[in-house]
Design a protein around this ligand. Sequence first.
Ligand SMILES: [Mg+2]
Length: 110
Amino acid sequence: MENKDMTLNEMSQIVDKYIGQFEEGYFSPLALLASLSEEVGELAKEINHFYGEKPKRKGEDENTVGMELADCLFILLCFANALDIDLNQAFIKMMDKFNIRDKDRWTKKE
Ligand SMILES: [Mg+2]
C-alpha cells in the first residue's frame, strides 16, 4: 500500500473496502470487542517487552508497538464502520470535551 498521509475517513473507507471483499463481513459487536481486547493485550506485551521488565522468550515473534497500535486502530475503524458510527464526528466531540470540560485540569505550558 502507498505510504501517504490519510484522513480518518479515508482509513475508514480502506477498511470498509477490505472487509467488503469477504462474505463474513464485519464481526458482531461482541466479537469486535473481544478482538480489540486481544489487540490491547498484544500492545501490552510489546510495551512490557520494550519498556518493562518482561523480556520475550527465545523465538517469540518480534512485533513493534507501532504495529500493535495500528492493529488496535484497525479494530476501532471496523467497530465504527460496523455500527455506522461517524468516528470523525465522535473525535471532534471528544476533543471538545477535553478542551472545554477539562480545560483547567492540566498545567499549561508557558
Ligand atoms: Mg496485534
